[in-house]
Design a protein around this ligand. Structure first.
Ligand code: COA
Length: 443
């Protein structure tokens, strides 16, 4: 049967499609801004028909209506990365968290967490009957390949991206046409602190380096200081609008990449319509599933890979906490450790944890450089693999440093208001005066 006939046969309303979901099913929803909002709304409207449907995904950028308290009997969310719309349900015990490296999610769906239903959001088919996963290839494509039932929202607003990002109409079970705008995320607000951090990070980036940058004010601030660099490349979990500016300005050319030269390689995208228009039908951007892009061995195929990530707190030995505020689950590991390890194995690679030196909490302003990690928190990047830590006060190179010298380096980039307490801790712990010069080899 030709694909156009198949398409017509599978076409139905969202209400009809979600009736195929059964109580107890595990439903995997496309990631981040790729979520199929019409399908999610229809599923939640049909909630009375379900008991104990498990909803699995990573960052939810929509409003996650299945996490509302009244949905508890019908749905249970299993979060692979907690976000704004799912955090309360996790904190209340109405949703669960499964810790997992982003690179390992596809394998989880093929083995330990078998997928009953995949809800995906696709571009319309091309003339051969292939739809693109658009802004979310990551685990969305592997989940669709592993699922017993694939319900696809075919969405004219979903950009058609290249790489290993396609699925044929014959692989879909239900097709629902709905043209929701792809969720947009405005750029982060860059203040003086972020500018200073951005400048410090940019000072470690050389012409020809390949970058992994996330989203938010810090990566955007880094990019402000990259405008004079030459021939940068991208091999990143994701990128956003700031990266497009550097591509259009000819700063990111991918020319000197030794792995996929000429191409920006990513697994998902998140930004505004400007980004989505840029990547649409653009062969300079290639998207692959996350078990390829975030595989540390694949990352390390890129020489001079610079990974920039952020964190919640760092202790004086260099242990990095990125997912928890004490016992409270704030986010997830995502690709942080994948890229820290990949950068470590890359010839000439560097990994950077960039964060403001302080943060405001209900208890007042606190230091993010702390003597001990907060009770209940989980270490995300271990002190054995941390490389650079950067704040607005400077750069601490930790790799290869003794515990004593890394504590000193971290205190030197802490906020001045908190240095006296940290120095007191240093002197107690290392039985020496802070003023004593560090060992020459590490100075
Ligand atoms: N103690 C208490 N609260 C803290 C804190 C600390 N040490 N550090 C941050 N916070 C609070 C902030 O006050 C802020 O609270 P608010 O939302 O009420 O304003 C909140 O945590 C977020 O802090 P912010 O500095 O705005 O964080 P961010 O948006 O830059 O995100 C991480 C920082 C660490 C949460 C985020 O980078 C993350 O989830 N990383 C792990 C995943 C990852 O690295 N993926 C990378 C691949 S793209």
């Amino acid at each position: 049967m030709d694909w156009k006939t198949l398409y017509k046969d599978k076409l139905m309303t969202a209400g009809e499609a979600v009736k195929r979901i059964k109580s107890g099913d595990r439903v995997v929803v496309s990631h981040a801004v790729g979520e199929p909002r019409t399908l999610i709304s229809a599923m939640v409207e049909n909630a009375d028909q379900y008991k104990g449907v498990e909803i699995v995904h990573m960052v939810a950028m929509g409003n996650s209506p299945y996490c509302r308290p009244e949905m508890e009997k019908h749905f249970r969310h299993n979060s692979l990365f907690v976000g704004a719309s799912t955090r309360q349900a996790v904190a209340d015990g109405r949703a669960d968290v499964t810790p997992v490296f982003f690179s390992e999610v596809p394998e989880l769906f093929r083995t330990t967490l078998p997928v009953d239903v995949a809800l995906v959001n696709l571009s319309p088919p091309d003339e051969h009957g292939y739809c693109s996963f658009g802004v979310s290839v990551d685990y969305s494509k592997p989940a669709a390949e592993a699922a017993k039932l694939v319900i696809a929202q075919v969405n004219a607003n979903m950009p058609r991206t290249f790489g290993d990002s396609f699925i044929h109409i014959s692989e879909l079970d239900c097709i629902v046409e709905a043209d929701d705008p792809v969720i947009e995320l405005p750029q982060g607000k860059i203040g003086d602190v972020q500018r200073a951090i951005g400048k410090n990070c940019a000072s470690l980036i050389n012409d020809g380096d390949t970058l992994q940058l996330g989203i938010g004010a810090i990566p955007d601030a880094v990019m402000l200081f990259l405008k004079d660099k030459k021939d940068l490349g991208i091999h990143s979990e994701m990128f956003s609008d700031g990266t497009v500016e550097l591509m259009e300005a000819g700063v990111i050319t991918n020319k000197r990449k030794n792995f996929h030269p000429g191409k920006s390689v990513v697994t998902f995208l998140m930004g505004t319509k400007r980004l989505y228009d840029y990547v649409n039908n653009n062969p300079s951007v290639e998207m692959y599933p996350v078990d390829f892009v975030n595989n540390p061995y694949i990352i390390a195929e890129n020489d001079n890979l610079v990974a920039i990530n952020s964190c919640i707190e760092v202790d004086l030995t260099g242990q990095v906490v990125s997912t928890n505020i004490g016992l409270t689950q704030f986010s997830g590991v995502g690709g942080q450790v994948d890229f820290v390890r990949g950068a470590q194995m890359s010839r000439g690679g560097r990994s950077i944890m960039a964060m403001p030196s302080t943060t405001k909490t209900k208890r007042g302003t606190i230091s993010k450089i702390v003597p001990l990690i907060t009770e209940g928190a989980a270490v995300t990047t271990s002190r054995d693999e941390v490389d650079y830590v950067i704040t607005e006060y400077g750069i601490a190179k930790l790799k290869g440093k003794t515990l004593r010298d890394r504590a000193r380096a971290l205190i030197e980039i802490a906020h001045p208001d908190f240095r006296p307490d940290l120095i007191e801790e240093y002197e107690k712990r290392f039985h020496s005066k802070f003023q004593d010069a560090p060992h020459k080899a590490y100075a």
